[in-house]
Design a protein around this ligand. Structure first.
Ligand code: PMP
Length: 362
């Protein structure tokens, strides 16, 4: 029997076992073709069906209205940091950026290359531990859009509400919490997410864009950076990541079989609560990085009394079959990423280990 471990990695991250098994069962011959999906032409009717399945799967699960396009791109979420301003900014135009972590900071920096990027909120000075309340934000009247990061993967802070900006287009980097709970897509003009956390493997980025924003996109860009051209060609301007799109379709089927996003949200709440409770009841041995109201349900970040203990914690956890717990190099500490596919039993196992570790080292 193959032993699977508890993989707490932030991304690429754990995928549902059923998805991997299904992909394995079809690997040598996809639907009787005698070829794997990776070997089938992207212009074939087989792949056409796969693409449609992935798109419709996302539409159904996220309840995407008809006036939005669902696109599959490459270049990761990082390319979206550039593509968004390339398409919607330019000389004399500006956008608002809400910065609650390391990724938002990268996004605003990149936007500044194509226009004026106003940081209208930043929690950098206090170490990216908080999320603004609705009334803490006020938007520039002439901004083309407002950009925010719904979950900051490195810092472990998450918005618990869909940001609204009084009619200004809202652009959201949802890389690390998309599909973890229902969202109201209608409140957004553009949502993007690298797939490698909750949607599928790395190498494919999902973009959900509203038609009226698409119409305002720049027209002088290289085709692969031009949302309109990509949409017109149904993400097939060139060879797409066929394997990634296939897996996205399988993840959507899995999500449906689990009962959809409401069920996911409940499970994610339960898992995160167990872990935060363990931190809060450790008599200060473990300390949460994020302020209570800002705590991410996807990436639980915490510290131990010393860096030496953090190192030892990770080493021991790995030897017990729990990997990927080392915090991002920029913030240190521990980060437990507990996306949709991460089982509750794994969280319970970690908590058991945390208690034992604290007893031995507290
Ligand atoms: N935004 C967020 C919130 C992320 O978590 C990441 C990756 N961890 C990125 C952007 C960058 O994504 P990619 O590596 O796909 O370019």
């Amino acid at each position: 029997m193959i032993e699977r471990i508890y993989n707490f990695s932030a991304g690429p991250a754990i995928l549902p076992e059923q998805v991997l098994q299904k992909a394995q069962s079809e690997l040598l011959s996809f639907e009787g073709t005698g070829m794997s999906i990776m070997e089938v032409s992207h212009r074939s009717s087989y792949f056409e069906k796969v693409l449609e399945g992935a798109e419709n799967g996302l539409r159904e699960i996220l309840n995407v209205p008809g006036n939005y396009k669902v696109l599959f791109l490459q270049g990761g979420a990082t390319l979206q940091f550039s593509m968004v301003p390339m398409n919607f900014l330019g000389d004399g135009r500006s956008a608002d950026y809400v910065v609650t972590g390391a990724w938002g900071e990268k996004a605003v920096k990149e936007a500044g290359r194509y226009g004026t990027a106003n940081t209208i909120y930043s929690s950098a000075e206090s170490g990216f531990r908080s999320i603004p309340s609705r009334d803490e934000l006020s938007f520039s009247s002439d901004a083309e859009y407002v950009h925010y990061t719904s979950n900051e993967t490195i810092d472990g802070v998450e918005f618990r509400y869909d940001l609204e900006a009084g009619g200004m287009p809202v652009v959201c980097d949802a890389s690390s919490n998309i599909l973890s709970k229902p969202i109201d897509v209608e409140k957004y003009a553009l949502i993007y997410a690298g797939a490698q956390k909750n949607i599928g493997p790395s190498g494919v980025t999902v973009v959900i864009i509203r038609d009226d924003l698409l119409e305002r996109a720049a027209t002088d860009l290289p085709p692969l950076l031009d949302y309109r051209k990509i949409a017109e060609n149904r993400s097939m301007l060139n060879t797409p990541n066929t394997w990634g799109i296939y897996l996205i379709g399988l993840v959507c089927e899995w999500l449906k079989s689990q009962g959809g996003l409401e069920v996911m949200a409940e499970k994610n709440e339960t898992k995160a609560k167990l872990l935060y409770d363990a931190i809060d009841t450790s008599d200060g041995f473990y300390t949460s990085h994020a302020e209570r109201e800002a705590r991410s349900l996807m990436n639980v970040t915490f510290r131990l009394p010393t860096e030496e203990l953090e190192k030892e914690f990770c080493l021991e956890a790995t030897s017990l079959g729990m990997d990927g717990l080392k915090g991002h190099r920029s913030v240190g500490g521990i980060r437990a990423s507990i996306y949709n596919a991460f089982p509750k039993e794994g969280v319970e196992r970690l908590i058991e280990f945390m208690k034992d570790f604290a007893e031995r080292n507290g």
